[in-house]
Design a binder for this molecule. Structure first.
Ligand code: GLU
Length: 440
């Protein structure tokens, strides 16, 4: 039974980078008919906020990424304490008292000597007396996991065979001096106890994975399949980390981005499969193959979502945008005709009714000075509404005859005068929708 999880920390809104992680894990579970857990990593009481938990759920729901259950780390602290005790009893856990400044100094010294800045395990050498003195002087220390200094190997679902020398990694701190359990331990306990079989996350977690594999093994759990997707960059390859805050899912939603556009892009970007607009979640899942993704940073151009969103909207039927059309004031009897006429010229669902203002007579005619007489003459040849599907053809023929103009010279000034815009739906479709005769 396949089980995956998406494990955001509720310390902010989730963005496109998080979406990639969520989506991959969700697709793996759904493709296999397995379980997808939404795990809220809220062990940090200061930074975790309920408001963000709600927002994460709302964002995932918007995208239709449904979860089978929610787990909260803050409700599982006793489980982590138990695991910590086990590690202590096994001699794999030790207390250390260095302050951040002292650690920093050690690192600088090591770097100066050309050595990797790995924690030197000084605390391991302390005698019981020395420990008691440290405790008396400095209070509780942090708790570090004692890595076995050997190579840690795994076959990564995206990166292939990975081998990391544990001696090049500092013994990770799993519990802070104030007793707060850190993510590395909590995550391992959860993955083990919840039967997580596959973990996909960003490649910034590769070193974590190495240490977590040892912790899982120490606790007697079975090691899930790990895969690390590349990180997103901007279109020119520039780092996106600072801009991710502006790429929050809720901001994209507010801009009118369609869920299927966003999902279609993120489900294939960075893989050898083409990014194509998919019509349904099932289609996304069907063609998804993690092994088609590469290790190279993935370029994301958020502008790609604009045409994809427009295509989603253009495929909708008038009933799908009934609410938007009603808000814009499109009379019920005209909604189908209106939508058929304009949908090729709509970019977002929210803008579905935008053309109605034009048709209702609200458009400012745009007339170039040199076309003023021409447009005046043309309007003189146009009767009063209602107009029909033939109106445009008949009218422009009459204008052509009267003025001798043809082609673009004829059509463009009339389009601008009627709609106030240089581009838009077929004028033959526009005319029957006009509620008022255009005026100069
Ligand atoms: N809360 C962690 C994060 O957001 C989860 C990482 C993981 O998937 O294990 O980075």
């Amino acid at each position: 039974m396949i089980t995956t999880r998406f494990a955001p920390s509720p310390t902010g809104y989730i963005h496109v980078g998080n979406l990639r992680t969520a989506l991959f894990n969700w697709m793996i579970a759904r493709k296999a008919g397995g379980t997808f857990i939404l795990r809220i990593d809220d062990t940090d009481p200061e930074r975790s906020k309920e408001e963000y938990v709600d927002a994460i759920k709302e964002d995932l729901e918007w995208l239709g990424l449904t979860w089978d259950r929610v787990e909260r780390q803050s409700e599982r602290l006793d489980r982590y304490a138990e695991a910590a005790d086990t590690l202590r009893q096994m001699g794999r856990f030790y207390e250390a008292w260095e302050t951040p400044t002292e650690l920093d100094l050690k690192r600088k010294k090591q770097l100066n000597m050309g050595k990797p800045p790995v924690y030197d395990r000084a605390a391991l050498a302390l005698s019981e007396d020395e420990k008691a003195r440290m405790r008396a002087e400095r209070g509780a220390g942090v708790w570090r996991f004692k890595l076995d200094q050997e190579r840690i190997d795994w076959t990564d679902g995206i990166l292939g065979d990975i081998s990391i020398d544990a001696a090049s990694v500092s013994d990770p701190v799993l519990i802070r001096a104030d007793g707060q359990v850190l993510y590395t331990l909590a995550s391992v306990v959860d993955d083990t106890e919840m039967g997580v079989t596959h973990v996909v996350r960003g490649s910034d977690h590769v070193t974590n994975t190495a240490t977590q594999i040892q912790i899982i093994e120490a606790l007697g759990g079975s090691v899930p399949s790990f895969a690390h997707h590349s990180l997103l960059t901007g279109p020119q390859g520039e780092a996106l980390s600072k801009r991710l805050g502006t790429l929050a899912l809720r901001d994209l939603r507010a801009k009118g981005v369609e869920p299927m556009a966003l999902l279609s892009l993120m489900a294939r970007l960075g893989s050898s499969d083409p990014v194509e607009l998919r019509a349904s979640h099932d289609e996304l899942i069907e063609g998804f193959d993690l092994s088609h993704f590469g290790a190279a940073p993935t370029k994301l151009d958020i502008e790609d979502l604009t045409p994809m969103t427009a295509r989603v909207v253009q495929m909708l039927e008038s009933g799908d945008v009934a609410a938007e059309l009603a808000t814009a004031g499109v009379p019920e009897g005209l909604r189908d005709a209106y939508w058929q006429a304009v949908r090729g010229n709509i970019e977002t669902r929210a803008g579905a009714g935008d053309w109605w203002n034009v048709f209702a007579g609200g458009a400012e005619p745009v007339v170039a000075d040199e076309d003023r007489d021409f447009v005046a003459e043309a309007l003189g040849l146009l009767g009063e509404p209602p107009y029909s599907a033939e109106t445009w053809g008949n009218w422009t023929n009459a204008v052509k005859e009267a003025t001798g103009r043809k082609g673009k010279q004829l059509f463009m000034p009339l389009r601008l005068a009627v709609t106030g815009r240089a581009r838009g739906p077929e004028m033959a479709d526009v005319m029957p929708l006009l509620q008022k005769k255009p005026k100069l």
